[in-house]
Each structure stands twice: as C-alpha cells, then as structure tokens.
Design a protein around this ligand. Structure first.
Ligand SMILES: Cc1cc2nc3c(=O)[nH]c(=O)nc-3n(C[C@H](O)[C@H](O)[C@H](O)COP(=O)(O)OP(=O)(O)OC[C@H]3O[C@@H](n4cnc5c(N)ncnc54)[C@H](O)[C@@H]3O)c2cc1C
Length: 326
C-alpha cells in the first residue's frame, strides 16, 4: 500500500498518490542546506552607520533619536551624507560637528566634487579639520539632475580620486571612498571602474564602502576581482534595509543596483502593510548579513535612513551588543 496516499485523504482519488508521494520524496532526497554558523561562533563585526542631514525640525528629532539608540553599539564611525550637488553643505557640517561635540561617536563627513571649485571644497575640508573631524568619505557626487548630467566644475576636482589627493594635501584625514560591486553606471567597463577604485586607494583612501546590493554573490565575486587588481584595503559592504520596496526599486534603477525577482516576490502584496513589510525587511537583511558574515566579512556599513529599528536589529543579529554604562 502506498502510505503517502493516506496523507491526503480529502484529495480526489486521481490526485491522491502522485503529488503527495512526490512531495515527501522531494523532502527526503532534496539538497540539505547547511545552516549558517551561529553568531557566537563568529567574531563580532565592526559597524558603521550612515545618516543623512535632516531638513526639518521633525526629521532632526528623528535623526537624534536614531543616533542615541545606535550610539551604545559603539560603531567604528558614523557618517553623514552630502546632498546632491553639495546642497546640504551647511546641514551636513552642522550635523557632523554636533556628533563630534555631543556624542562619543567618531563622525565622518561625506564630501563631493560637484558644483564647487577645488578651493571651495578645500575650505569645507579645512572647516572639518578645525572642528576635529578626521574622517572624510570622498565622493565625486552626482549632478542635481542625475548621473547623465555630470560635468566637472571648470576649477573643481573632476573625480573622487582627485578629491582624495586634494584632501591629503590639507591634512592626514582618514579617507573612505565608494565602490560598486555591480559597476558604476557611467563606467566604461567593470575593469575601468576597478582601475578607478585602485586610483582612489593609491591617492590615499584606506577603505571602500560599497553601493548597496542584494546579490550577495556579486559582492563576493567583486572582492575576488578587487584583490586580483591589487586592492587590499577593506571593501565594506553597504547594507540597505528595505523598508520601502517601491522606493528602493526606483532608486536602484538609477544607481545600477539589481533588484532580483525574488525580492519583488518577497514584498508582493505588502504595499499597504508596513508592519509586515518591516518584518520581511528585517528577515531579508538578517539573511544577507549572516551570509556575508559566514563568508568572512567582519565589517558592515549600514544605511540607516535615520531610523534605528532595522539597523539595531541587524547589529544585534550580527552579535553586536550595547556597551554597558559606567
Ligand atoms: C558609500 C557611498 C556613499 C555615497 N554618499 C554620497 C553623498 O553623500 N552625496 C552624494 O551626492 N552622493 C553620494 N554617493 C553617490 C556617488 O556620489 C555617486 O555614485 C557618483 O555617481 C559617483 O561617485 P564616486 O565617488 O564613486 O565617483 P568616482 O570614483 O569619481 O567615479 C565616477 C565615475 O567616473 C568614472 N571615472 C573616474 N575617473 C575617471 C576618469 N579620469 N575618466 C573617466 N571616467 C572616470 C568611474 O569609473 C565612475 O564611473 C555615495 C555612494 C556610495 C557608494
């Protein structure tokens, strides 16, 4: 007797045996997936958190609530972005300076080449140096209208590598730069983009932070290629918790990040269900960082979007615990 048939007594006779038998057969003979290592078996990773400068009083409060929640996790540094076209120069500076003044955190200021002469960019960098800020995330930036419209300022730094060299002439900043596992959209080729990354490192950067990605494999392959190209500094994965899938899909199309089909499936039907979406986002980010951790990655940069909950959960899952006071 086929006992599989008994497992689905309600099914019409014609459907009873084959599918049920197939199911259990598949469970018993299908591939076994080894579990990821438990957090306690892995070294506790170093973290950095990225914030954006707030535009309104309400956003300011949201940012500082986020900062205070994440501060006890003792990240290696926290960074503050620079608006497109340099539009947030004052707000970025004010946020970075306040982080330096009022918290135990080490702030890093993003700085771009766009829309300013080299002399003006140097002045901003000197203000950071004078405020005690010693870490800059040096970027080319995008034109306000998007990547296609980028034209270097006639008296400016044309590319991030030029900015890195300029910053090093001003002071001995620690400098991080951007890297693109899926290739920057304007690069002539993946090889040319890697050469560009190498130029930024050779000019004095000591860390690359990646554009966010969802294909973990692509990032790991990128590390192989970077090493083969002679790049030995850490290439820290930028992790974006996906709390708003539709927004992420739009933004990813602009910055060249692939949004795999499985993600669309994962967030399908959740447009009006933010609570479930956040739980799914947490599960997805947890899977990504644990897979990376299992592959030896021990440093993560988290794009917080000025919200602590998902970032805190990711840190916790990675084994990071708050420092005890006193
Ligand atoms: C971690 C991270 C943080 C970011 N933060 C900000 C931010 O705060 N503010 C902001 O506005 N943007 C930010 N960006 C976006 C970034 O400014 C854009 O992705 C921008 O288009 C490229 O900046 P980059 O520093 O990588 O440029 P670059 O390294 O200068 O490269 C830009 C492009 O030019 C090509 N290139 C470089 N040199 C040459 C050359 N000599 N001749 C021809 N082509 C060349 C490169 O291959 C690449 O395609 C961030 C990106 C990342 C990954």
């Amino acid at each position: 007797m086929n006992h599989f048939a008994e497992a689905s007594p309600g099914a019409p006779a014609a459907h009873r045996t084959a599918p049920a038998a197939g199911t259990l057969q598949r469970w018993l003979t299908g591939p076994r997936v080894a579990s990821l290592p438990q957090g306690s078996a892995m070294p506790v990773p170093a973290l950095s958190f990225e914030f954006f400068p707030p535009r309104t009083e309400a956003l300011e409060q949201q940012l500082w609530a986020c900062v205070r929640r994440l501060e006890p996790l003792a990240p290696r540094f926290v960074s503050v972005t620079y608006g497109a076209g340099g539009s947030t120069q004052e707000r970025t500076h004010a946020t970075v300076a306040r982080l330096a003044r009022e918290t135990a955190l080490t702030p890093a200021a993003h700085l771009t080449c766009v829309g300013a002469s080299a002399g003006e960019v140097d002045d901003v960098a000197r203000r950071y140096w004078d405020a005690g800020v010693r870490h800059i995330v040096a970027l080319r930036g995008d034109a306000p209208g998007g990547e296609a419209g980028y034209v270097p300022h006639p008296d400016g730094y044309a590319y991030a590598a030029d900015l890195v060299a300029g910053l090093k002439r001003i002071g001995d900043f620690e400098i991080s730069v951007a890297a693109y596992p899926e290739t920057h959209p304007a690069a002539h080729s993946p090889e040319a983009d890697l050469d560009n990354l190498k130029r930024k490192i050779d000019a004095g950067a000591t860390r690359a932070i990646t554009q966010y990605f969802f294909d973990t494999d692509v990032y790991l392959r990128f590390l192989d290629k970077a090493l083969a190209a002679g790049i030995t500094v850490p290439i820290v994965p930028g992790i974006l918790p996906v709390s708003n899938f539709n927004q992420v899909r739009k933004f990813s199309a602009m910055c060249g990040t692939n949004v795999p089909d499985w993600m669309g499936h994962l967030f399908e039907g959740l447009d009006d269900d933010p609570d479930t979406r956040r739980m799914v986002a947490a599960a997805m980010a947890a899977e990504q960082v644990r897979l990376l951790q299992a592959n030896g990655v021990d440093e993560f940069h988290i794009y917080t979007l000025n919200r602590a909950d998902l970032s805190y959960a990711i840190a916790h899952i990675l084994g990071v615990r708050p420092l005890k006071e006193g």
